[in-house]
Ligand binder design. Structure first.
Ligand code: BGC
Length: 926
């Protein structure tokens, strides 16, 4: 048996993370179909001879998340190992993994230090020290504000960017722990730390609470402890204190939005004494942030001289990152790099970055070297280079920066435009998951807008393993709530965006549930339960007895095309309705969480509250017969998706009509689009869901692909037909929200959904449509790799392939299968059960294949639900019909927009049900 993918708190071999109780996870593969029992042992020694925890052999040692009851010591490395046995008697042991605790409650001996330079110029702090013995191991515990990069003897400590990361600094400050044993040596050593502004000070955020240059602080600050263990087992600690020095670095200015200016002629070797600084307000806390790394590199795919004569490199892909540039220029040469997402009329164009300068200025000292910015990143595909006289291929390398997230999903369909969109959605995630799920990576915003994150989270958690990433964000969310009576600010961290509104703040209940559902670790619900409750109680208080929540400011169906006011595009769906329905949803999720955690009292409270709100919604927004008063696409979608429609059949009909009236084109914004296709597929309108997906014009997902997008756009028409930016006010080409459709592709088109949280048991219920031809999806879940693939066969039936991992189980619902298919004696159909959702083939670990004739042909066909005009315009179909039903030739053009079913409803005498059935039969055979 092979046991692999060992993680603690969902991080591989974490050092210095916030770990109260370790949560172990792993995967196993072996002979047999499932795990019979397992055992986890934790030891203080690498050879496992000093055990401090032994679970014993148990049947319920869950590979998704096993929380061990153990007290952890500070600054200690623990080693751990898993043993398991399968139902076929196959046994195995994992390799030894480790985790290392941070300082926990140990007090800091180091002091916060600062300097006299607190403007834009980056200071460098420095300390030289002698070591007289040989070093066995060493750790650096460090936090520098705003951002820091530490070096020992000129070598960068670790490979992370933008430490100590972004969170509500007034509540907590993350420190990182680095293993620096290999960087130290006996003799003279030098530690230096470069500090930048980052999110701490300077310009960041939209509304800075009247503090334009001071979001959190106004001084550069540093604290660090270097713990050294010598070979003779003695210890020494080197701390930041008054013995450190500082100097002005050659980084003249730095800002996340504006970029960086470096002047290597300005190098200043003058050192000054540091200032002992006041401790900042936030509590120093062990890190939770997933490291931001250079996860990929990109080389320019094209060197362009634009019509205006600009020298521009095309990286071939819109992304977030910095670069390394080889410089071999004369002393004093000034170089300027500017960044943009798209060329306009072939020229460089960055107006949509608004006030963000996003540039890198560099003055050369005449030596050949590689330079890069330190405290900023750029959201770009194109870079304009000015001032460089010598450029060789290979001189420019793009470092793609994002939080260390592992890709977990793969999908290929029979439509190349759809495939490109799937790639774009992944790039949308890569570009915007830099410690915080941001709205966009390029303009003067780059903030953790909760609404965007909420809409995209289900897709994000399929595409990449986001467990640790969201854990930090949700922890920060609760920290923000604690200082706002439970209110969730529109951005996390708030960065001045302190308003709370519906849909956005509801991320607080929705995201934890998505994480739990996708990954099966209950600790996220346990950790966030108080936060969920606080949010619901916050709304309850505002709502009072007069429904005031509906009247406070909300973004509604943001950017919907039915918006009346382009300056405040909240959509035509009543914003109060949107807010109250999300409030209801949040209460339902809090109720589910209470049930899961066995909190009886809360279960009663939120069960009652949910019923009351639902009743209020029904009374206010539906007629006594169940007609929806909110008749927009988004309003009707919400009524069905959140299960509030008192007469769902009627609402479905209204929804179908709402689309029909708009020629089957969407007008939805953030709210409607996030739930659009899932709701259609779940309510018998899968054909419409596919039509929307495959529509190549405006508005639709493929419109952007047809216009060369490599990421997902903020607006349906971010670029117009001529490739011009439709506006510059709020128009990014790298917003992930509309990428949420990819979640539907996995969950409905490929049909992969968790049946039990974390995919231990999986529902596979693909909903094919001949227009897509085929789908091949693979999902590397917390419980192993599930695969689902379908393709239309030559005889217009279906071929299905399914893979179930070891210790997994799938309930496969065969689409359009007849009785005969279930009778086929194959491994696929050997074990059939009746479930609430219909008949399912139950499959254990293995690969399965089935081919069958479907009850409806997997090709274009007509039926009584096709538009009459469509049939008339098909010569062959029209001829056959005229023969079968002579009156067909006489049907007036005015009814071409109708279907035969609709015609029969108005004229039952002309079209009795037997005739309708016969007609359907003829049409389907065409
Ligand atoms: C952001 C959005 C965000 C919105 C709030 C915009 O500027 O880019 O994506 O959710 O503001 O409505």
């Amino acid at each position: 048996m092979k046991i692999f993918n060992l993680k603690v708190n969902h991080v591989k071999n974490p050092i210095g993370y916030m770990i109260e109780k370790p949560i172990f996870s792993y995967l196993a593969e072996g002979n047999g179909t499932k795990k019979k029992r397992a055992r986890i042992v934790v030891s203080l020694s690498a050879d496992m001879t000093d055990p401090v925890y032994d679970s014993g052999w148990e049947t319920d040692i869950d590979g998704l998340a096993y929380e061990a009851e153990m007290q952890l010591k500070p600054c200690t490395r623990y080693y751990w190992q898993v043993e398991a046995e399968s139902d076929a008697g196959d046994c195995g042991k994992s390799e030894i993994a480790y985790f290392e605790t941070a300082k926990k409650d140990e007090s800091w001996k180091a002091k916060w230090i600062g300097c006299e330079e607190n403007g834009g110029r980056a200071p460098e702090f420095l300390h030289e020290f002698m070591l007289f013995k040989s070093v066995k191991s060493a750790r650096l515990y460090i936090c520098g504000l705003g951002l820091y990069e530490a070096y020992i003897d000129g070598i960068k400590v670790g490979n992370e960017f933008f430490t100590p990361y972004s969170n509500n600094y007034e509540s907590w400050l993350q420190y990182q722990t680095f293993d620096v044993g290999d960087l130290l040596h006996s003799g003279k050593n030098k530690i230096s730390v470069l500090l930048g502004n980052g999110w701490w000070k300077g310009r960041f955020g939209l509304n800075r609470d009247g503090r334009p240059d001071k979001l959190y602080g106004d001084k550069y600050l540093l604290i660090a402890e270097l713990h050294i263990n010598y070979e003779d087992n003695s210890e020494e600690i080197i701390i930041t204190d008054e013995n450190w020095k500082w100097r002005r670095s050659s980084i003249l200015s730095n800002s996340i939005y504006d970029g960086e200016e470096t002047d290597d002629l300005s190098v200043n070797e003058e050192y000054y004494s540091v200032i002992l600084a006041e401790e900042p307000k936030g509590k120093l806390t062990a890190r939770l942030s997933t490291p931001i790394l250079a996860m990929e590199t990109l080389d320019p795919v094209n060197e362009i001289i634009t019509p205006k004569g600009e020298f521009v490199l095309d990286m071939g892909q819109n992304h977030s990152g910095v670069f390394e540039l080889r410089i071999r220029e004369k002393k004093g040469t000034k170089i300027k790099l500017s960044f943009c997402e798209e060329l306009q009329d072939g020229n460089f164009y960055n107006e949509n970055l608004r006030t963000a300068k996003a540039e890198f200025l560099y003055t050369c000292d005449g030596t050949e070297k590689t330079v890069r910015p330190h405290f900023t990143w750029f959201g770009y595909r194109y870079v304009k280079i000015e001032g460089l006289t010598k450029y060789r291929k290979g001189d420019y390398k793009g470092l793609v920066l994002y939080s260390e997230l592992i890709k977990t999903a793969e999908m290929e369909t029979g439509n190349e435009l759809v495939n490109q969109f799937i790639r774009n959605a992944l790039w949308g995630q890569k570009s915007n998951f830099l410690d915080v799920p941001m709205d966009c990576p390029q303009r003067d915003e780059r903030m953790g807008w909760t609404g965007d994150a909420q809409v995209f989270a289900p897709t994000a958690c399929y595409q990449m393993d986001c467990r640790a990433f969201f854990k930090k964000w949700l922890y920060d969310m609760y920290e923000e709530q604690k200082i706002r009576n439970g209110g969730v600010p529109d951005c996390i961290p708030a960065c001045g965006q302190v308003n709370s509104s519906g849909v956005w703040g509801d991320a607080c209940t929705i995201v934890p549930w998505v994480i739990y559902d996708t990954y099966g670790d209950i600790s996220v619900i346990r950790n966030q339960f108080e936060s969920m409750k606080a949010w619901v109680e916050y709304i309850r208080k505002i709502n009072g007895n007069d429904g005031r929540w509906k009247k406070v400011f909300h973004y509604g169906d943001w950017l919907a095309l039915d918006s009346k006011n382009s300056d405040m595009p909240t959509g035509a769906t009543d914003v109060g309705f949107v807010a109250i329905v999300y409030y209801y949803h949040s209460v339902c999720l809090t109720l589910k969480a209470a049930k899961l955690l066995g909190k009886k009292e809360d279960e009663d409270i939120y069960g009652k509250l949910a019923n009351e709100i639902k009743q209020d919604i029904v009374n206010e927004y539906f007629s006594p017969n169940g007609r929806a008063c909110i008749s927009t696409q988004t309003g009707l979608l919400m009524a069905l998706y959140f299960d509030i429609a008192p007469n769902p059949e009627k609402t479905r009909e209204e929804l179908r009509n709402a689309f029909k009236e708009n020629s089957d084109k969407l007008v939805t914004g953030f709210v409607g689009t996030g739930i659009l296709n899932s709701t259609l597929s779940q309510n018998g309108m899968n054909d419409l869901a596919y039509s929307l997906l495959l529509y190549e014009g405006y508005p639709g997902w493929l419109y952007s692909v047809k216009h060369g997008a490599t990421t997902v756009w903020e607006r349906w028409d971010s670029l117009d037909e001529n490739g011009h930016f439709s506006s510059t006010g709020m128009n990014s080409l790298n917003h992930y929200s509309y990428g949420a459709i990819v979640g539907w592709l996995y969950r409905f088109v490929a049909g992969l959904k968790p049946k039990t949280s974390g995919f231990k048991e999986t529902e596979i219920s693909p909903l094919p449509d001949y227009r897509l031809k085929s789908v091949k999806a693979s999902l590397n879940t917390a419980a192993g790799v599930y695969k689902s693939a379908w393709r239309v066969t030559e005889s217009f039936g279906l071929a299905l392939d399914v893979t179930v991992p070891f210790d997994g189980k799938a309930y496969v619902y065969l689409p359009y299968a007849s009785e005969q298919t279930y009778m086929q004696k194959t491994a696929f159909t050997a074990n059939i059960v009746d479930t609430e959702k219909g008949r399912a083939c139950v499959l254990t670990a293995g690969d399965y294949h089935i081919e069958y004739e479907t009850t409806v042909p997997m090709r274009k066909y007509y039926s009584i639900d096709s538009k009459i005009g469509e049939i008339v315009s098909d010569e062959k179909a029209s001829a056959v019909l005229q023969q079968a039903i002579p009156m067909f030739a006489m049907l007036p053009e005015s009814i071409h927009g109708m279907t035969f079913r609709e015609l029969a409803a108005i004229k039952p005498q002309a079209m009795p049900s037997e005739r309708l059935e016969m007609l359907n039969h003829i049409l389907m055979k065409l």
